[in-house]
Write a protein that binds this ligand. Structure first.
Ligand code: DCP
Ligand code: MG
Ligand code: MN
Length: 358
């Protein structure tokens, strides 16, 4: 690590490079060739920069710098040191990072900040960290929310929701999208798409979902709110078009063990998402919320190659307007409500949901 020392000293990222170099030396010592290479490449990239890189996003946009390394670069730039280094000889911090990253709604930057503050276990976080309401749920229900949901349980949970929804409004239509619709044996969460004939905006479904959430909460089915309807900004999806939370099947509904002397097993909290979709956008929303994400990306790419645009609301004809052909509107709507028709207009053979794994 002595090469280019004089040049590095003049580099705006000198301090960052120096610390990354010590990390690189450490990884060389413990024969972690993969990380050694990653650090070497990142250092080379930083040497070429003429401005100081201070944020994770900035670093991540550069060549050969991954998310984790980008977060480390931000940490160094902000604190002039890397906590990771202080523990490099005795703490398997990557394992801590792995644990923290599986907390609901926690990303690399948040997780690394906790590590930098000295937290090493979920108990540390529970007792000493400043957690948001959602992070606390994610920590307290860590095992639950990282346990996959068997298909049969989703079927049972959905039957419960559908029964209550039909009681409130017989004309509402519910469907489970996501990996369940793709035929998965188990899913990370349950994605319920809610629609009704004749609707043209998701707002029309908001009162119904508010009622449904209230009923399901009263009955003990919904046990936590992670994203409430009103918490969503009015954006492209329309105001309050989704609700995220947790649910369990109430005891006596096949959820708890009601026979025998043994205490009922503790219910596993399951992630549940409600997505409000007007009938006019149902087909496009079905494609989007069925996924998977790779399949969605390839459909969008195909659309753009054909001068069209696909999003979760519809398939549009691209209209280029204004200076520099900056596209100022969504373009002319070609199709929104019919899933099969969207495939047709894109000129691709229909694929059943279970054929959309990529
Ligand atoms: N989706 C997407 N891009 C994202 C996130 C989601 O296109 N970044 C779409 C495709 C997904 C669907 O939304 O299939 C539902 O998102 P989930 O995160 O619930 O993913 P899945 O249901 O596919 O998988 P899991 O079993 O983990 O829930
Ligand atoms: Mg899902
Ligand atoms: Mn989901």
């Amino acid at each position: 690590g002595t090469k280019d020392m004089s040049a590095d000293a003049k580099n705006p990222n000198a301090k960052t490079i120096e610390i990354l170099q010590s990390m690189c030396d450490y990884y060389t010592r413990i024969n972690d060739t993969w990380r050694t290479m990653a650090y070497r490449k990142a250092i080379t990239t930083l040497r070429r920069q003429t401005t100081k890189i201070t944020t994770e996003d900035e670093a991540y946009r550069l060549p050969n710098i991954g998310r984790r390394l980008a977060a480390k670069i931000e940490e160094i730039a902000c604190t002039d040191k890397l906590r990771r280094l202080e523990y490099a000889n005795d703490e398997p911090l990557d394992q801590v990072l792995e644990v923290f990253l599986k907390i609901y709604d926690v990303g690399t930057s948040r997780a690394n900040k906790w590590i930098a503050q000295g937290h090493r276990t979920l108990d540390d976080l529970r007792q000493k960290a400043d957690l948001t309401t959602n992070q606390r749920i994610g920590v307290d229900r860590y095992d639950d929310l990282n346990t996959r949901i068997p298909r049969a349980e989703i079927t049972a949970l959905f039957a419960y929701v559908q029964r209550e929804a039909a009681r409130l409004d017989p004309s509402v239509e519910l469907l489970v999208g996501g990996s369940y619709r793709r035929g998965a044996d188990s899913s990370g969460d349950m994605d319920i798409i809610v629609t009704r004939k004749g609707t043209v905006s998701s707002g029309e479904l908001v009162p119904l979902l508010e009622e449904l959430v209230a009923v399901l909460t009263r009955k003990g089915f919904l046990v936590a709110v992670l994203a409430a309807l009103h918490a969503h900004r009015a954006g492209k999806d329309g105001p309050g078009s989704k609700w995220h939370g947790c649910c369990v099947l109430p005891p006596g509904e096949g959820g708890g063990n009601t026979s025998g002397d043994a205490p009922p097993p503790k219910q596993i909290w399951r992630r549940i998402d409600f997505l409000l979709v007007p009938e006019s956008e149902y087909g496009a929303a079905l494609i989007y919320f069925t996924g998977n994400d790779i399949f969605n990306r390839s459909m969008r790419l195909l659309a753009s190659k054909k001068g069209m645009r696909l999003n979760q609301r519809g398939l549009y004809k691209e209209v280029m307007r204004g200076k520099n052909r900056v596209n100022v509107t969504e373009g002319e709507l070609l199709e929104g409500r019919d899933e099969k028709r969207i495939f047709q207009l894109l000129g691709v053979k229909w694929r059943e949901p279970w054929e959309r794994w990529c």
